[in-house]
Design a protein around this ligand. Structure first.
Ligand code: DX5
Ligand code: ZN
Length: 223
């Protein structure tokens, strides 16, 4: 399973060092939470900061941008130009989803969709063939450190079955990512449900232990 550190609960005044700490611990898939103060009630950072991070961290790490923004269809290319390798857009915020996913992939960038906890799974099944990743939110997006919402299980299991059917038919492999409240006590269960990529924020960046100690505990739970 890929562990994608969310730097939202890291020291945002020293973002590059927080990312570097994760990279040094062996995590090279960095989950960047982009919030616009409109789609979600919080505001983080955007393309200029991502560009600066890319310059500071080099070409190695995968930048996985989770776009919690209302106008992804207008500004998505800025995120690729700034150095993102994967863009995930919220289905609740995009009108022409199929068109956008195709356009993102045509730029050589991974394309993902995100479903809020209250969003039905069917929309993901309609565009699964155009996705490199599907992200299931297990909290309402906007803040780090929230509690996991367990009723995402059925959605995840249905998507796992749909992805396996797609691959068996010769179609694209799709990463199944989860985001929100993922901790050492639930990560093994998520793997069993079919998750292949887990975003972990406060479970890695917190005051009780170092990132590498937290990661060791998570890896033991997954072993
Ligand atoms: C929530 C973000 C998440 C979140 C993860 O809106 O998309 O990436 O910050 O943080 P934890 O793991 O603390 O829930
Ligand atoms: Zn996120």
């Amino acid at each position: 399973m890929i562990i994608a550190p969310s730097v939202l609960t890291a020291d945002l005044a020293d973002l590059a060092s927080a990312c570097q700490e994760a990279i040094d611990a062996g995590l090279d898939w960095l989950h960047l939470d982009i919030m616009d103060g409109n789609f979600v009630p919080n505001l983080t950072f955007g393309p200029p900061v991502i560009r600066a991070l890319r310059k500071a961290l080099g070409d190695g790490p995968t930048f996985d941008a989770h776009l919690m923004i209302s106008n992804a269809e207008d500004c998505w290319e800025q995120y690729i130009d700034a150095g993102c390798n994967h863009l995930s857009v919220h289905v609740e915020a995009v009108t022409h989803l199929h068109r956008l996913l195709t356009a993102i992939r045509a730029r050589g960038c991974g394309a993902g969709i995100v479903l809020n906890p209250a969003t039905p799974v069917e929309v993901a099944l309609e565009v699964l063939s155009e996705c490199d990743l599907v992200l299931i939110m297990s909290v309402n997006p906007g803040f780090g450190g929230q509690s996991f919402i367990p009723n995402v299980e059925a959605k995840i299991r249905r998507l796992r079955n749909a992805i396996e059917a797609q691959v068996a038919a010769g179609g694209r492999e799709v990463q199944l990512q989860i985001d929100g409240g993922v901790k050492v006590h639930n990560i093994a269960m998520l793997k069993e449900w079919g998750i292949t990529n887990a975003v972990v924020g406060s479970g890695l960046f917190n005051d009780s232990a170092s990132l590498s100690d937290n990661l060791d505990t998570i890896n033991s739970a997954l072993a």
